[in-house]
Ligand binder design. Structure first.
Ligand SMILES: Nc1ncnc2c1ncn2[C@@H]1O[C@H](COP(=O)(O)OP(=O)(O)O)[C@@H](O)[C@H]1O
Ligand SMILES: [Mg+2]
Length: 308
């Protein structure tokens, strides 16, 4: 649904995006992740035809953005990283304005505006001024705005940035709902964990180049990040640590506070092995749980240039 082909953008001497190839399948939520200045906004602005590439091109639903700007603009909803200021415009006026700008018939506008207000849970705010909304509500309004012309593809530039955790969850729920409606969504962030729970695929960009692209499950071995579990035995933690440390699949077992932290060698995560080993030694397992990979740690590793 979204595809870039050797996409390159120079600003004078600076190459902001360099031979970038990415593909987003229909119906996917694609997380476009990279530190500030990596080239995310530049890429997105090319995808929505606001910028011309220097070399290469991009396609939306098979349409070349360089050749079919008008058609592409009908297909995409773009939410920029900065929304602009609309002074004392009321929420419904704001949305009606964009409906008019999209050439939506006056008779149909009201129903469409009501529809997007409902979807973004902003009905109760329709008479409020845009500036009086919280940041979270403003972001939802931004989403309402890009939904007005019912685009197939949503390109959202850092929609969760600066939101408190609750507002972030609300945006996440809304994005899931949009995915259920069949939209293809590309969403950027400089914080990997912000997108961790909603993305089907991620692409990590640094200095205008894609350093990783794939599923979150693929990122772990690729980064050489070890799987970890934590567990507790009823008695004799030292014996358990000794036993587990001797297994070839386990890199390290150690006592942390009152539980045991186990790190596996890459690709060797087998919880069953731990349980079997302990049972054989008559050690009662009290609990065993995986330790979540800290994606931001992974991201830091990537942007330190470990994977290139
Ligand atoms: N209009 C511009 N003119 C010159 N340089 C720009 C312009 N827009 C962005 N840049 C530079 O291009 C690089 C990529 O920027 P950007 O696409 O905004 O990255 P991101 O959105 O990932 O933070 C940065 O080094 C930025 O300073
Ligand atoms: Mg940006």
């Amino acid at each position: 649904m979204i595809k870039t082909q050797n996409l390159t953008k120079d600003y004078g001497d600076l190459t902001a995006v360099s031979n970038l190839n990415l593909t987003v399948e229909h119906g996917d939520i694609f997380g476009f992740i990279g530190p500030n200045g990596a080239g995310k906004t530049t890429t997105m602005r090319i995808l929505v035809t606001l910028l011309e590439p220097t070399h290469g091109t991009a396609f939306i639903d098979g349409l070349d953005v360089r050749k079919h700007g008008k058609k592409v603009r009908r297909l995409v909803g773009y939410m920029p990283d900065f929304m602009g200021v609309y002074d004392d415009l009321k929420v419904f006026e704001y949305l009606e304005f964009f409906a008019a700008a999209f050439g939506i018939d006056r008779m149909k506008r009201k129903a469409i505006v009501e529809g997007v207000l409902e979807l973004t849970d902003l009905q109760s705010k329709q008479a409020a001024t845009v500036d009086s909304l919280s940041r979270g509500m403003q972001q939802r309004l931004g989403l309402a705005r890009v939904l007005i012309h019912d685009p197939k593809v949503l390109i959202l530039d850092e929609p969760a940035s600066g939101l408190d955790p609750r507002a972030r969850i609300e945006i996440r729920e809304l994005l899931r709902e949009l995915k259920r409606m069949g939209k293809t969504i590309m969403i950027s962030s400089h914080i990997l964990s912000e997108l961790e729970q909603i993305c089907d695929h991620v692409g990590i960009i640094e200095h205008g180049q894609m350093v990783f692209s794939g599923t979150l499950d693929e990122i772990r071995p690729r980064l050489g990040i070890q799987s970890k579990v934590r567990l507790q035995v009823a008695a004799d933690q030292e014996k358990a640590v000794e036993l587990l440390s001797s297994l070839p699949q386990i890199r390290e077992a150690k006592i942390v506070d009152n539980y045991i932290s186990v790190t596996f060698h890459d690709g060797e995560k087998t919880d069953g092995l731990i349980a079997r080993t302990l049972v054989k030694a008559n050690l009662d397992l009290v609990f065993l749980q995986p330790e979540q990979l800290k994606l931001d740690d992974a991201f830091l590793q990537l942007t330190k240039g470990i994977v290139h």
